[in-house]
Design a protein around this ligand. Structure first.
Ligand code: DAH
Length: 378
């Protein structure tokens, strides 16, 4: 038998206020309902704070109701006061709860927008590229470093003796005419100092200060009074010097062939040794690499391109440095850093190297974060 309607459990009418609002008069209930709706609609802490001030602030609606309590007839005052206290508690609770929700949401949003992924590799910056000359110098040092060479250096201003004399280039020697030397004012009746015309004087400096065996390279600035698309008054050279008891022409050829193949990244780059003349080496050889003159492509074609000078260190140069040529011998070489850079990267003109044009640097510069790799090994 079904229960009659009289026994049905009492249901709360839909329009009845929830527990905390019960025993509230209509105006109090209205404030609670209105505040709840405003809180629900508030989507940030600013809106939330405006509601807090409008309800609980000094001129807020609840504060006004509390202030008006005194005007309530004494017989109703007690009940009205209790109801106002309950309302205040309920409002404070609702306002605090909404604040916590909004703060949580704001934190979540911030965490999402400021998220970083520490596992990503660093991105190279747009600026701060390595200049091609610097890059070539790093590569040269890396390759010869892997062969066991140290790196030596010397000053840009040299004495006549170190730049020429000790290298077996006496005064009036025709080789001096090729160097287009910058002379500085003479001092103390000595021959005028020069801006070094090559890195070869560092060979002398090294042999004068270090006992053999020596395996070293020199990379640095050099100067000649010459200026066109492939010559600059200031340029860079790399010099090499190897001195030991049993160094032969075979070592020179093997070392330079390996270097050129590693530097240009062409494992079978044709390399040719052509006899030549330098005052400080005997025998002397110019080194050529194979290329195609028409396309400019290296390693292919029927043409040869001169790339550096080399030879066995002249006995007189060893003797000038106090090294006994009957006991020690070795080889040396010198090459232009700009020249090999231009060839490696297909650059036609040398002048932009020194013009600091940011567009050129952006095109030819190297990523500072990429290490110098020796693709061909040594
Ligand atoms: N010093 C020479 C020059 O500037 C290059 C050179 C040739 C250096 C042969 C050497 C060498 O050490 O052996 O033209």
């Amino acid at each position: 038998m079904r229960n009659g309607p009289a026994e049905a459990p009492p249901e709360r009418p839909l329009d009845e206020a929830p527990a905390e609002a019960r025993n509230m008069t209509d105006d109090l209930q209205a404030l609670k309902t209105e505040t709840d709706a405003a809180l629900a609609a508030a989507t940030d802490l600013r809106a939330w704070d405006a509601i807090r001030v409008a309800v609980l602030g000094r001129n807020g609606k609840l504060t006004a109701l509390l202030r008006d309590l005194g005007k309530t007839p004494p017989e109703e005052r007690r009940e009205r006061g209790a109801a106002l206290n309950r309302l205040k508690e309920a409002l404070t609770e609702a306002i605090d709860a909404r604040k916590a929700e909004l703060e949580d949401a704001a934190l979540e949003a911030r965490l999402a927008s400021e998220r970083i992924d520490p596992t990503l590799p660093p991105r190279p910056r747009e600026t701060g590229l390595i200049h091609p000359i610097a890059r070539t110098m790093e590569e040269i040092a890396a390759i010869f470093g892997a062969m066991g060479c140290t790196v030596s250096d010397g000053p840009d201003v040299e004495s006549d003796w170190l730049n020429f004399g000790a290298l077996n280039i006496p005064p009036h020697h025709p080789a001096r005419a090729d160097h287009d030397t910058f002379y500085l004012p003479p001092r103390d009746n000595q021959a005028p100092p020069v801006l070094r015309t090559h890195t070869s004087p560092v060979q002398i400096r090294t042999m004068l200060t270090q006992p053999p065996p020596i395996r070293t390279i020199v990379i640095g600035r050099t100067y000649r009074a010459d200026h066109d698309a492939t010559h600059s008054p200031m340029f860079h050279q790399c010099e090499g010097l190897v001195i030991d008891r049993d160094i032969t022409l075979g070592h020179l050829k093997g070392c330079l062939t390996d270097f050129l193949r590693a530097f240009f990244g062409i494992a079978d780059l044709p390399v040719r040794f052509r006899s030549s003349y330098f005052p400080f080496t005997e025998p002397s050889m110019e080194v050529d690499i194979g290329w195609d003159r028409k396309s400019g492509e290296l390693g292919r074609g029927a043409d040869w391109l001169e790339i550096l000078g080399s030879g066995m260190v002249h006995p007189r140069v060893l003797a000038n440095c106090g090294i006994d040529p009957r006991e020690w011998q070795g080889f040396a070489f010198g090459m232009g850093v700009e020249r090999v850079t231009m060839l490696k990267h297909g650059m036609a003109d040398l002048r932009p190297f020194y013009e600091s044009d940011i567009r050129w640097l952006r095109h030819y510069g190297f990523n500072p974060l990429a290490p110098t790799m020796l693709h061909e090994g040594v």
